[in-house]
Design a protein. Structure first.
Length: 214
């Protein structure tokens, strides 16, 4: 993609992650593209929409990232940060306490598996407080995921390695409406899961750090 389209997609993803509101051209011009007209930005947004990277949830709304848009963002813009400098995990040597801290920082749900059949999870209320979960069907679907979390972890346990993986939408074994960031350290596995709209850059690095502690 062109540089401007790259920057535009990055801006749309990050703005949507922060606000959960469709992102319009006027806001993008005001915050990110002061020297470009709204008409030009709308044309570039139309190109991103043709490529399947953003979508318009309803007429006259701004745009939101699609599953493909999130994946492009992850491939292009996810950079490592040293979370040890900004997150205090001191005195958290219990994996359950570490999971609670990760849930608090990420504002998502977190699970830790101590083998295939022993799963602890926390932060479910964080997920249900997200704007996406005002939709009844999504609440029901996510509740079903939580009810069967141990079974899903059993199925994917042997696939997961020490490398942090991000599974979004159709690639997510938990739900096609959600995002999952997961990694293993020996027999223990830790994952962040929640709506597709999450801060992947921060959460990927959270899991990278937390998996070493568990």
């Amino acid at each position: 993609m062109k540089y401007r389209q790259n920057k535009l997609l990055k801006s749309i993803v990050e703005e949507y992650v922060k606000t959960a509101e469709p992102v319009g051209s006027n806001l993008l011009v005001d915050k990110y593209f002061n020297n470009i007209s709204s008409a030009t930005i709308r044309n570039e947004m139309a190109e991103l929409e043709k490529q399947g990277l953003i979508a318009q949830p309803h007429i006259s709304a701004g745009r939101i990232p699609t599953e493909a848009g999130y994946k492009f963002y992850l491939d292009s813009f996810s950079k490592n940060t040293d979370l040890k400098k900004i997150i205090d995990f001191d005195n958290l040597d219990n994996p359950k306490d570490i999971a609670k801290k990760v849930a608090e920082i990420s504002n998502q749900a977190v699970f830790v598996s101590f083998g295939k059949n022993d799963v602890y999870y926390t932060g479910i209320a964080n997920v249900f407080s997200q704007p996406e979960f005002h939709e009844y069907n999504l609440v029901c679907n996510f509740s079903a995921v939580v009810d069967h979390l141990d079974e899903i972890v059993f199925k994917i346990y042997d696939e997961v390695t020490s490398e942090v993986e991000t599974r979004i939408g159709s690639e997510n074994p938990l739900s096609p409406n959600c995002g999952l960031i997961i990694a293993r350290n020996n027999d223990k596995m830790i994952g962040i899961f929640g709506p597709m709209r999450m801060n992947y850059r921060k959460n990927i690095n959270l899991i990278k750090y937390a998996k070493e502690l568990i």
